[in-house]
Unconditional design. Structure first.
Length: 148
């Protein structure tokens, strides 16, 4: 009888350990998913454009109080000038305001990509709006807001 009780106790301890480990692992997965948030916006290309192929804006949160922002402009072929103007905005009292911006231009190429990681104040929504240029073609893209 004593061996039966010991087996039962060992079984219950093993099951409790397995359950505890599975809950802690799933909790870590949820935490990781909550910390890594990302928004991507794509261009709506005008049908009359002959140089610009696509453009995108991107924002993600790699850690507490940090955002990684940027985008890509892609031409249909090698062109004289490909540019992207990245505008990072922050929502203050219900209104989107410019937080920072920059422009990257390349010549005699097909694409340009830029990205920066910024330390930002917490408690706000941030988004990226980019303007994409390939020679004379222009379009824009935007992400949704990301709460930091």
């Amino acid at each position: 009888m004593r061996k039966k009780v010991e087996k039962m106790v060992s079984f219950l301890l093993a099951m409790t350990l397995i359950l505890g480990l599975s809950l802690s692992v799933s909790g870590q997965k949820v935490k990781a998913a909550e910390e890594l948030q990302e928004e991507v916006g794509y261009t709506d290309i005008q049908t009359r454009g002959i140089y610009l192929q696509s453009g995108s804006s991107k924002i993600s949160q790699p850690g507490a109080g940090k955002i990684t922002v940027g985008g890509t402009t892609r031409a249909q072929k090698v062109v004289d000038t490909v540019s992207i103007n990245v505008n990072v905005e922050r929502k203050v009292n219900g209104t989107w305001e410019q937080y920072t911006s920059w422009t990257v231009t390349k010549h005699d190429t097909i694409s340009v990509t830029t990205s920066k990681t910024l330390s930002v104040p917490k408690g706000y929504y941030y988004r990226v709006k980019s303007v994409h240029y390939a020679n004379s073609d222009v379009s824009s893209s935007a992400t949704g807001g990301l709460y930091v």
